[in-house]
Write a protein that binds this ligand. Structure first.
Ligand code: GS8
Length: 227
């Protein structure tokens, strides 16, 4: 699909959402200007409810008034529409399938751990063991490459680095060091963060940690996650 100068791109997001960080990075890498609309998830806007009536979740990319939902689908959409600028998915069909496989692994397996910690379903120390095991699998998949995308940042790098910033928040609570457990993965993350489009799109781990403490206070008082 060709894009023209009249493209209007809006991203419904929140600062702390790892899922929203993905399209932010992709749009920045491709140099696509967009309007950021920050949602209050405790009081969702009528625009969010209209644009994502099925899940009512962010992120939503609104391109020329048409919504695209689900962060992985949004990444693929951005890559297809603005395909000449900074390609994200590999061109080889097998490599594309592999990238999608690992993105699915990350959203199922890493999310399980971070979600269990965030919503206090398990103690951080118990989650740590499971998380390290999964991170080691991902470290093995990186092998000796600079990035999951090979020599350049790609789709899978964006998918994982959005969790990485949350891992640095988790680390503060779990007496665990990402760097000590998975040093190569830690090096990879530092390489990704050298890219300005990545570093400026990711939330600050300290702010994520503060958000988490506030969330726990609300949950402790019987409040919901977003109010
Ligand atoms: C997840 C989006 C999501 O959970 C994706 O886009 O990849 N699979 C989806 N969004 C959360 C905020 S981030 O934790 C959200 O919008 N939650 C609102 C709600 O659950 O009501």
């Amino acid at each position: 699909m060709a894009s023209d100068g009249d493209d209007k791109v809006v991203l419904l997001n929140t600062y702390v959402s790892m899922f929203a960080m993905r399209p932010k990075m992709a749009l920045a890498l491709k140099g696509i200007p967009y309007e950021s609309k920050v949602e209050d998830l405790g009081n969702k806007s009528s625009l969010l409810l209209e644009m994502n009536p099925v899940h009512k979740k962010i992120p939503v990319l609104i391109h020329n008034r048409k919504p695209v939902c689900e962060s992985l689908i949004i990444l693929e959409y951005i890559d297809e529409v603005w395909k000449d600028k900074f390609p994200l998915l590999p061109s080889d069909p097998y490599k594309r399938a592999q990238a999608r496989f690992w993105a699915d692994f990350i959203d199922k397996k890493i999310f399980e751990c971070i979600g269990a910690w965030l919503f206090k379903k398990k103690d951080a120390k118990d989650i740590k063991e499971e998380l390290v095991e999964k991170l080691k699998v991902l470290e093995g998949e990186l092998g000796e490459e600079a990035y999951y995308g090979g020599e350049k940042i790609g789709f899978l790098d964006l998918v994982l680095v959005s969790y990485y910033t949350w891992l640095l928040a988790f680390e503060k609570d779990a007496e665990f060091s990402v760097e000590a457990e998975v040093p190569k993965l830690s090096e990879w993350a530092k390489r990704c963060l050298q890219n300005e489009s990545v570093s400026t799109s990711l939330a600050d781990p300290l702010k994520l940690y503060e958000f988490t403490l506030q969330l726990w206070e609300r949950l402790g008082r019987g409040g919901g996650a977003y109010n």
